[in-house]
Design a protein around this ligand. Structure first.
Ligand code: AMP
Ligand code: ZN
Length: 468
């Protein structure tokens, strides 16, 4: 059995076969560093972390490059709003991003290319596209990619050819699928760009967002590599345009497997900065939620399913982490002298984990295999039937699983043993009392929760709670 991944471009699960035996090259679109990344962004980055860790667990030698978008429409706009230089702005959030990755126990990528360090290579790729007849230059010095010239345009995002507005053009980095048009490779200088500009054969200007990733991936992984990832909102226009640019500039195939993760939602809407419904990692940690619970919550829903953020999910996640950790600690302390060396369970547990995860990272199946082993192991320790070598073998296996999950060494020392639904019901009752001007009952509910170690925080968006 081999690993199978759902490939966005073919819209089916395919057996995974890297270009070079045993080696995987993957490019993961990183953050636009104009603000703190929110935990929706981290859902995508943690999915990529899980993917890489699982490939490593299966014995592949993985090389990962993750770019940092440090020049685009958003970064320039924000630096001007804050009256600071682009570099000052992006440095602040690059540092914050690297700190968050550590907090969430993500493996560092092998390389973090920054767009502003690759401007000559971008100019070079645009010139190559120009030489091959894929571009035209507008009056303001902007260079556009002619989508009509590339027959395969729209294949990744499954665009309907009738919807493509060939000949029309778009200068913004982001736009809707329905508005597919010739897009900017190079943007001629505008006063709003302030001091952000570079010299080019087309005059002063700056690169479009999409060319940045085509260039950095090609520079670091070569023109044709194995896996390219991002969130589903990257499929169009970003990855569609990257694909068109790269194939047309290099003549190579570009990417074999496109993997995209679904959204983290809040009240069934995408968590995003524009909707102002987002939590940063720091927000949640300030509210008392440990990074391990956040990591667990984000990896335990299959990456192609939408995930609705909720506090009760975080509490459940912490409980699951604690259960795994307690099992691990009990195994380490086990002093029983039973006869069972656990070999059958270890074999079945390992195989079930692999067969689930090989199937497009079926994490629920993988966790079911792990927790089946936890149940069996706990029982055998209570009954004293487990041998000490059995306990050692189980420790080794749990450590291997934890190469993929990466939560055991994130110990926050927190044991959550509360019922989130109960607390949320109390918050609703308190609000109803206060809406009725029954402040005494409202205060009584607050006091009851305080006695349980729960602190309420009233905010303009409603009442939040944290474990003290
Ligand atoms: P950005 O910083 O906007 O370029 O986004 C960085 C990554 O986060 C991209 O791969 C996006 O697809 C992903 N992303 C943005 N919002 C969400 C969300 N609500 N859920 C999951 N991934 C997201
Ligand atoms: Zn990208």
């Amino acid at each position: 059995m081999s690993i199978r991944f759902y490939n966005t471009i073919t819209r089916q699960k395919e057996a995974f076969q890297p270009l070079e035996t045993g080696k995987v090259k993957m490019y993961t679109c990183g953050p636009t560093v104009y603000d703190y990344a929110h935990i929706g962004n981290y859902r995508t980055f943690i999915f990529e972390d899980l993917l890489r860790r699982y490939l490593e667990f299966r014995g592949f030698d993985v090389t990962q490059a993750m770019n940092l978008t440090d020049v685009d429409d958003n970064t320039i706009r924000r630096s001007r709003e804050r009256s600071i230089s682009l570099t000052e702005l992006t440095n602040e959030f690059k540092t914050a991003f690297h700190a968050d990755l550590k907090t969430l126990n993500m493996q560092a990528a092998h390389q973090y290319p920054e767009a502003t360090n690759y401007i000559p290579e971008m100019i070079q790729m645009i010139s190559e596209l120009e030489n091959r007849g894929y571009t035209y230059t507008a009056a303001d010095g902007s260079v556009f990619f002619k989508i009509a010239k590339y027959e395969q345009y729209g294949k990744l995002a499954n665009l309907n050819p009738d919807e493509m507005l060939s000949g029309g053009r778009v200068a913004d980095d982001s736009y809707e699928k329905e508005g597919a048009r010739d897009f900017a490779l190079w943007k001629g200088y505008k006063p709003e760009d302030g001091d952000v500009h570079w010299e080019s054969p087309w005059g002063q200007g700056r690169p479009g967002w999409h060319i940045e990733c085509s260039v950095m991936s090609t520079e670091l992984l070569g023109p044709h590599f194995d896996i390219h990832c991002g969130g589903v909102d990257n499929i169009f226009p970003h990855h569609e345009n990257e694909l068109a640019q790269s194939v047309c500039a290099t003549g190579a195939d570009f990417v074999n497997y496109w993997l995209h993760s679904e959204y983290l939602l809040v009240d069934n809407k995408k968590m995003s900065k524009s909707l102002n419904n987002f939590y940063t990692l720091r927000d949640l940690m300030e509210l008392g939620y440990p990074a391990e619970a956040i990591r667990w919550m984000l990896i335990t829903t299959h990456y192609r399913q939408k995930l609705n953020f909720s506090v009760s999910r975080l509490v459940e996640s912490q409980k699951a982490v604690n259960r795994l950790r307690e099992f691990f600690e009990k195994l380490k302390a086990y002093a029983g002298s039973g006869q069972d060396d656990a070999q059958d369970q270890i074999k079945t547990g390992g195989e079930s984990f692999i067969s689930a995860m090989d199937d497009d990272l079926n994490i629920s199946g993988g966790l079911a295999a792990i927790f089946e082993l936890v149940r069996w192991g706990n029982r055998s320790m209570v009954e004293g039937t487990l041998s000490s070598t059995g306990a050692k073998s189980l420790i080794d296996l749990i450590r291997k699983f934890d190469h993929v999950l990466a939560v055991l060494d994130m110990d926050s020392g927190l044991t959550v043993d509360i019922d989130a639904e109960f607390i949320e019901a109390k918050i609703v009752a308190r609000k109803a009392a206060r809406d009725n001007k029954d402040f005494a009952s409202g205060d009584a509910i607050r006091d009851e929760l305080v006695a349980l170690g729960v602190e309420l925080i009233d905010t303009p968006e409603g009442t939040k709670w944290k474990i003290k």
